[in-house]
Design a protein. Structure first.
Length: 201
C-alpha cells in the first residue's frame, strides 16, 4: 500500500510517462494465453474494449510535459501494437462459432478501440510540450524506487559501490589467471592485461 501511495504522490509517472497507459499487452495476453476456451476469452476481450476510448481520453488529461523519449516510445508501442485489437482479434473470431451478428458487434467495437489507440498516438505527436520532463528519476526518487522494488540490505548507492568494487576485483583476478595461462602471447603482444599485472605487483 505504501508503494502504491508513493507511486501516486511522489513518482507521478502518470504525468510524464505516456507509455504507462498502454493497454495492448493485456489484450494480447487474453488472445495468446489459453486459460479459457477461445470464445470465452474473446467475449472478455470484447467487454473490456468498451472502456478503451474513455481510458485514453483520461490519459490525455493526465499528461503534463512528458519525457520526450517516453513519448516517442508510447507512440511506437501503440501504433505497432494496435494490430492486436484490429487484426488479431478479427482473425481469432473466425475460429469460433460465435453468431455472425455478434461478431459484427464485436468487430465494430474493435474498430472504435483501434481508432482510440491511434487517436492517442496522434495526440502525443501533436502535444505541445515546451518543458519536457527528463526520463531520469533523479537520485531521491530512484532511492525510493529501489527501496520498494529491490530486496536488498543496502541503498542503491551502496549496491552500486559494491558492484564496482567487485568488478575491479574480478578484472584483477582475470588478469592474473590470463598471464599464467598465456604468458608467451601476453608478453609478445604487450597485452593490456600484462600492464595491469605489472601495476598490481
Amino acid at each position: 500500500m505504501s508503494y502504491l501511495q508513493w507511486q501516486i504522490e511522489q513518482q507521478k509517472a502518470y504525468e510524464w510517462d505516456p507509455s504507462s497507459y498502454n493497454v495492448i499487452g493485456t489484450f494480447a495476453y487474453i488472445l495468446n494465453e489459453h486459460y479459457a476456451p477461445l470464445s470465452k476469452r474473446l467475449t472478455s476481450f470484447y467487454q473490456k474494449m468498451a472502456f478503451i476510448p474513455a481510458y485514453y481520453k483520461e490519459a490525455e488529461k493526465g499528461l503534463k510535459n512528458p519525457a520526450i523519449e517516453l513519448t516517442s516510445l508510447a507512440i511506437e508501442q501503440h501504433l505497432g501494437g494496435v494490430g492486436v485489437i484490429e487484426t488479431d482479434f478479427a482473425d481469432s473470431l473466425k475460429k469460433t462459432n460465435i453468431p455472425e451478428a455478434t461478431k459484427k458487434l464485436m468487430l465494430d467495437r474493435a474498430k472504435l478501440s483501434a481508432d482510440a489507440i491511434r487517436g492517442y498516438a496522434d495526440f502525443l505527436k501533436n502535444m505541445k510540450n515546451d518543458k519536457p520532463r527528463t526520463f531520469r528519476l533523479g537520485k531521491d526518487l530512484y532511492e525510493d524506487k529501489f527501496k520498494y522494488e529491490i530486496q536488498a540490505t543496502g541503498t542503491a548507492q551502496q549496491v552500486f559501490n559494491a558492484a564496482v568494487d567487485r568488478k575491479v576485483y574480478m578484472h584483477h583476478e582475470m588478469a592474473k589467471i590470463s598471464i599464467k595461462l598465456w604468458p608467451k602471447y601476453l608478453v609478445i603482444n604487450q597485452c593490456p592485461w600484462t600492464r595491469l599485472i605489472s601495476s598490481l605487483k
